[in-house]
Design a protein around this ligand. Structure first.
Ligand code: SF4
Length: 473
């Protein structure tokens, strides 16, 4: 993968399908492909026909990992899947998911996890056997091992017993030979949606696009603190903790696809509202509004709508760069952002620009972008950001950077404008971001903007400024 992209990255996406008399893995494949944006380092599917539970996973994109024959081998009416970008644990095959284990009584179990666990030290102690926990090279494998060691014959009962011991962010899909399962941490930090298939059966996916693609009707979110089991009899729902929702505000800003629909709003509408609010909070005299593809586009449209300044798609994305395993040469890598974006000169030359981006993390990309726009003839550049300054790292599953690397952690907007090469830099307020989501402030996590972490993080992780760097095998 290219290495010059300094946007935040989500750790993972998960899916699950229970589809009697259908090839569930094929449905899960399409569902997984539609949430590919949540992780591009590895992909995997597991499936069971009620007798045998098979897993196929590898490094790379979904379309590269699976072909007709590997999918055909994953027979059965139930399946779960996972795409991964690593934040805790390194980018190695052993950390690709679904993770497989077998309980003492011989029950095979697979698990797919989106999020980041914040009490991994405690989980190691709960596992008890250092030899077992030392084999775990990611937080997800620690949870799988804990479920294996505590398995009491019923996977749902085991989840209800074990999950209260786990702290952090987790949206999970699991399967054994009998059923699929799903669970979401009590704060519901990461999304997890449930849908009904047209021919009967059920599908779960991190985002609604994973349901839409297989023709499923959105039923509801898995509730924070809820664990469910799905089999021929239908859904059995159990609560393992009281819900205290703290949904990740960054899912609205950047991570989720614009067509993901939450109970309150679509992600597109939230981004459009962010842009409208940014226009109120940061009015500028300009000739044209442009959005940084892809996630800046909706907010730029909102800014243009509210300000009356014309909107133009003046940055063309090179869509297939970064979707290949041909590594760019050093000389090409130095071209940086040019590998991904190309300016449309006559939309920029001699113009005063409002450039709307969703976030600035380390600032490398923004700096290159400002330089590219100046070379294309921009007269003025006002870089407006449709989220508040990211000043704190995330411990709940988004790879931001450590605090020392975050450009907004200790620069004023004036210093930032000078450093990046913009005429001015403006950010949306935390209140504006919250309002644009249509959610109550108390139901959102905004910790990377405020430093107020809603879920306890072990000291070792907090001091490192990152999720626990899980040991190498
Ligand atoms: S810290 Fe930021 S990125 Fe992490 S869960 Fe909270 S809002 Fe999302």
């Amino acid at each position: 993968m290219t290495t010059f992209d300094d946007k935040p990255k989500d750790e993972c996406g998960v899916v699950a399908v229970f589809a009697p008399e259908q090839h569930a893995a094929k449905l899960a494949f399409y569902s997984l492909q539609s949430i590919q944006h949540r992780g591009q380092e590895s992909a995997g599917l597991a499936a069971s026909d009620g007798q045998h539970l098979l897993v196929h996973k590898d490094m790379g994109l979904v379309a590269r990992v699976f072909d007709e024959s590997s999918l055909a081998a994953l027979e059965g009416h139930l399946s779960i899947g996972h795409v991964r970008y690593s934040t805790a644990g390194s980018s190695i095959w052993a950390n690709a998911q679904p993770a497989f284990t077998e309980t003492a009584s011989g029950t095979p179990l697979v698990l797919a996890h989106n999020g980041n666990l914040t009490n991994t030290g405690e989980l190691r102690e709960l596992i008890g056997d250092p030899q077992e926990s030392d084999k775990c090279t990611s937080d997800s494998l620690l949870l799988t091992t804990l479920l294996k060691t505590r398995h009491n014959g019923s996977t749902l009962d085991t989840l209800v017993e074990v999950l209260p011991l786990v702290t952090g962010a987790f949206s999970l899909t699991l399967a054994d030979n009998q059923a699929i399962y799903a669970a979401r941490d009590p704060h519901g930090v990461r999304p997890l949606m449930l849908g009904r298939l047209p021919d009967g059966g059920w599908v779960l996916a991190s985002e609604t696009c994973g349901l839409d693609i297989v023709g499923a009707i959105v039923v509801r979110e898995i509730e924070p603190g809820e664990a469910i089991r799905i089999d021929e009899q239908g859904i059995e729902s159990r609560r393992f903790a009281e819900p205290t929702p703290k949904f990740c505000a960054f899912e609205y800003v950047y991570i989720a696809r614009p067509d993901h629909q939450t109970a309150e709003t679509s992600v597109y509408r939230a981004r459009f509202e962010m842009g409208k609010m940014l226009a109120e909070q940061y009015p500028v005299n300009a000739d044209v509004v442009i959005g940084v593809p892809d996630s800046g586009a909706a907010a730029a449209s909102g800014y243009a709508f509210a300000s009356g300044i014309p909107y133009a798609e003046a940055l063309q994305k090179n869509r297939y760069v970064g979707r290949t395993f041909i590594q760019p040469t050093q000389a090409l890598r130095q071209l940086g952002i040019r590998m991904k974006l190309n300016p449309i000169h006559d939309m920029i030359d001699g113009k005063r620009l409002v450039v709307v981006d969703d976030s600035i993390v380390r600032g490398n990309t923004s700096r290159q972008l400002m330089d590219m726009l100046r070379r294309a003839g921009a007269k003025e550049i006002h870089l407006l950001v449709s989220s508040p300054p990211v000043k704190w790292p995330c411990f709940y599953g988004i790879d931001m950077a450590s605090r020392a690397e975050l450009i907004a952690a200790d620069m004023t907007t004036a210093q930032m404008a000078e450093y990046l090469g913009a005429d001015s830099v403006g950010y949306l307020s935390v209140e504006g971001l919250i309002k644009s989501t249509g959610r109550a402030a108390k139901s959102l996590c905004v910790a990377c903007f405020t430093g107020e972490y809603p879920i306890a993080v072990e000291d070792s992780q907090m001091l490192a400024g990152r999720p626990e760097p899980i040991r190498q095998p």
